[in-house]
Write a protein that binds this ligand. Structure first.
Ligand SMILES: [Mg+2]
Length: 156
């Protein structure tokens, strides 16, 4: 028997692990193209981490973005929704929607830039815990894994 685990709204849930005041609020975690891709100074602040593996697991991180300016460029709101909490989804916010459209649907939503280092760290911890319990675990993405529990019997 093969299990497939896919954590729902993982990035929003991850943000709530470090700030419980976010629980119950509509959250939108959004991303943009790398705003520092041609900035050599910012490139020096990138960190490479390879604790995890999998098809869609990022390994290169910036220091945390400044949320007050991350979504603005030339007085326009930029970016797309990476993850919406269930509270935001009830307003119609969906993954891959533009941030501008999402805010139009859910004005009270709190907008957060992604913190991939946090998500990567929590994902790795989850994998470690599950690897202790499931005989064979394969990470598929930052919030998905397959586990082979064929013949597995829990210890009494
Ligand atoms: Mg998921």
């Amino acid at each position: 028997m093969i299990l497939h685990l896919d954590l729902d709204s993982f990035f929003a849930s991850a943000e709530r692990t470090r700030d419980i005041a976010l629980i119950g609020r509509p959250l939108i975690v959004g991303g943009r193209g790398d705003p520092f891709i041609f900035d050599r100074r910012a490139a020096k602040q990138k960190r490479l981490i390879t604790m995890n593996s999998g098809a869609f697991v990022p390994s290169l991180f910036h220091a945390k973005y400044d949320a007050s300016s991350y979504f603005f460029e030339k007085e326009q709101i930029r970016g797309i929704v990476t993850t919406a909490s269930y509270e935001a989804r009830r307003c119609g916010v969906k993954t891959a929607m533009s941030i501008c459209e999402a805010l139009g649907l859910c004005l009270e939503a709190l907008l957060l830039p992604p913190d991939h280092l946090l998500y990567h760290t929590l994902s790795h911890q989850m994998m470690q815990i599950l690897a202790d319990e499931i005989p064979i675990v394969e990470q598929y993405s930052i919030d998905e894994l397959f586990g082979d529990v064929t013949g597995w019997i829990a210890e009494a």
